[in-house]
Design a protein around this ligand. Structure first.
Ligand SMILES: NC(=O)c1ccc[n+]([C@@H]2O[C@H](COP(=O)([O-])OP(=O)(O)OC[C@H]3O[C@@H](n4cnc5c(N)ncnc54)[C@H](OP(=O)(O)O)[C@@H]3O)[C@@H](O)[C@H]2O)c1
Length: 348
């Protein structure tokens, strides 16, 4: 039996789906079990009809609310976001809530904690990537940089590192369970419910491309290419890490295919893999501030010099990462069918 936090989310939904497919009993933790716009897709799963999947209301902000849910579970996939990453004490508190419920359960043996590749690379100084271009599990953002503060946009990356350490340290103290961290990259792939189109941000950016609103995205760093993982492969990594006997407390694993692509290439891929759609992307807008735009060639060459590694996760989890073309195709088709997005089309 496995509990999944953030089960109504993009990644959490696929973790639930994957666990059910592998025969598990699953306790899906959501904030509102009656909000069918968010949880209806879980209720439509076969496992819910049979009772193998159950839904449970829990908000990370409330101490003790996972006690009953985790009791009897062997594992927890802690996938959910928190309400804010910009307050380190709050982030620690949400970890403590989960940890307390894990300890109280007496049954949970492993927690897989969803971190992010932002806990691997999130440089307040891009030149750090020239000095340390190898992106593997040993790499952390430069934690000594004085610009590494929530005010400078580093809260998410900092919060993910806090969570990783909180769980690993608590598990080491306990000795009765372990914590394995997974650091997913940019998730692309099919959504399972219409509300997931605006999570992401990657599927949301594809939604905007489909609608002919192409604006080069700067949220993760100027001219940073997409560093991707298919959401189904990400879920498989979560499940593989829950099951693996080749991992140890405190370890972390990056989940990415190592396939990277520029924003412009992702946009062009839609027409290449789905020519029948006659996608009209509209004008490509680059809203990068002028002072950063002046350094475009430098940024692109620094990102191109990064060396992405995934050999560690492939050594402990049986996974073959899908090609990004498949993820983009399936994401687009799910946006059309599940979210009923009306694409911008050129005349046939
Ligand atoms: N998407 C990516 O590309 C990506 C990349 C790297 C890492 N990640 C990490 O993967 C995890 C899942 O991301 P996602 O893209 O699947 O996000 P998502 O679709 O927004 O789902 C996140 C879920 O977190 C839940 N949540 C938020 N605040 C909560 C709280 N205070 N208490 C309980 N639940 C709360 C929400 O639950 P309700 O629906 O029940 O309200 C939501 O369904 C996150 O930890 C994220 O940092 C994502």
């Amino acid at each position: 039996m496995v509990a999944v936090t953030g089960a109504a989310g993009f990644i959490g939904g696929w973790v639930v789906e994957g666990l059910l497919a592998r025969g598990y009993r699953v306790r899906a933790c959501v904030r509102d079990v009656d909000d069918d716009a968010r949880v209806g897709f879980l209720k439509a799963m076969g496992g819910y009809a049979s009772g193998r999947l159950t839904l449970h209301a829990a908000d990370l902000d409330n101490a003790g609310c996972f006690d009953d849910i985790f009791s009897g579970c062997d594992g927890v996939a802690h996938v959910s976001h928190v309400s804010t990453y910009d307050d380190p004490e709050y982030v620690q508190r949400t970890c403590d809530h989960i940890i307390h419920s894990v300890e109280a359960s007496g049954t949970v043996r492993r927690v897989v904690v969803t971190s992010s590749v932002a806990a691997v690379i999130s440089e307040a100084d891009i030149n750090e990537l020239v000095r340390r271009p190898v992106c593997d599990e040993d790499r952390y953002p430069d934690e000594s940089n004085p610009k590494r503060t929530p005010e400078r946009g580093q809260g998410y990356s900092m919060g993910k590192v806090i969570a990783q350490r909180a769980f690993s340290d608590a598990a080491a103290r306990s000795g009765r369970w372990d914590a394995i961290t997974v650091c997913p990259a940019d998730n692309v792939g099919p959504i399972l419910s219409a509300h997931q189109r605006s999570g992401g941000p990657w599927q949301h950016l594809i939604e905007r491309m489909l609608q002919g609103r192409c604006e080069i995205f700067q949220g993760t760093g100027p001219y940073r290419p997409w560093m991707t993982v298919d959401v189904r492969d990400d879920a498989a990594c979560h499940i593989g890490l829950l099951e693996s006997d080749a991992v140890a407390n405190g370890e972390r694993y990056i989940a990415w295919s190592t396939d990277t692509r520029t924003y412009e290439d992702v946009c062009a891929t839609i027409d290449r893999v789905l020519p029948e759609l006659h996608h009209e992307p509209g004008p490509m807008v680059d809203a990068t501030p002028e002072r950063l735009k002046a350094r475009e060639a430098e940024f692109r060459s620094i990102w191109a010099g990064c060396i992405l590694r995934n050999d560690r996760i492939r050594a402990v989890v049986p996974i073959t990462f899908r090609p990004l073309d498949d993820s983009i195709r399936d994401c687009v088709e799910s946006l059309l069918t599940v979210a009923e997005i009306e694409p911008s089309r050129r005349p046939a």
